[in-house]
Write a protein that binds this ligand. Structure first.
Ligand code: HEC
Ligand code: HEC
Ligand code: HEC
Length: 118
């Protein structure tokens, strides 16, 4: 009788720590170093690590208000050659816009789109 109660207590302790741990893992995912966004114009190598530095380590500058923490979610940046996002100051154009924190699309296509050699 005592043994089974002890076992129950131990099981409870272990499962609650496990639940806490998984809940934590869900809110603090490991950030990627680099992501690649495919584009016919030339793929865009996105320096995620560099951008975390630009944002002084503040994940909330982008997550989740601009992007979900998922490399497969749509960026919603490409419409009308970035003019739609620039007008709304959304997606990458929250910063990459005239008068924003970083260079705008206009005249800077090749800063992001890199054609493969050959
Ligand atoms: C700040 C980085 C950045 C700049 C600057 C930029 N682009 Fe892009 N572009 C992207 C990204 C990222 C995507 C993929 C977006 C998406 O999936 O919503 C993309 C997608 C596109 C697409 C979608 C079609 C395709 O598959 O290639 C076109 C067209 C395009 N860009 C044209 C341009 C042109 C023209 C310029 C310069 C006037 C430009 N881009 C400047 C980052 C950029
Ligand atoms: C300047 C903007 C920016 C900042 C700041 C930023 N991220 Fe991201 N993050 C992105 C973008 C863009 C994506 C890709 C979103 C998409 O493809 O729709 C991404 C994707 C991710 C992913 C998904 C990776 C995968 O392989 O699916 C994780 C995890 C992530 N970020 C974690 C973080 C953490 C943790 C921080 C803070 C230390 C952070 N990010 C700061 C822009 C940012
Ligand atoms: C929270 C603001 C912010 C967002 C959102 C953001 N960037 Fe940037 N980005 C910057 C800053 C700041 C720089 C460095 C200053 C500059 O070069 O104008 C930069 C620089 C870059 C560079 C030049 C290389 C480098 O890392 O310094 C590329 C390429 C780039 N960004 C692509 C993107 C793409 C693609 C997206 C969307 C997926 C994006 N950025 C979203 C702030 C941002």
């Amino acid at each position: 009788m005592f043994m089974s109660r002890l076992m129950l207590a131990i099981t409870f302790l272990f499962s609650s720590t496990w639940l806490l741990w998984t809940a934590q893992a869900q809110t603090a995912k490991t950030p990627p170093d680099q992501l690649v966004f495919k584009a016919k114009m030339g793929d865009v190598k996105y320096d995620h690590k560099g951008h975390v530095k630009h944002a002084k380590g503040d994940c909330k500058a982008c997550h989740d208000k601009l992007f979900p923490q998922s490399a497969t979610a749509p960026l919603n940046f490409k419409a009308a050659m970035h003019k739609t996002a620039e007008a709304a100051k959304s997606s990458c154009a929250a910063c990459h816009v005239a008068g924003g924190a970083a260079f705008a699309s206009k005249g800077n296509c090749t800063k992001c789109h890199v054609k493969k050699a050959g």
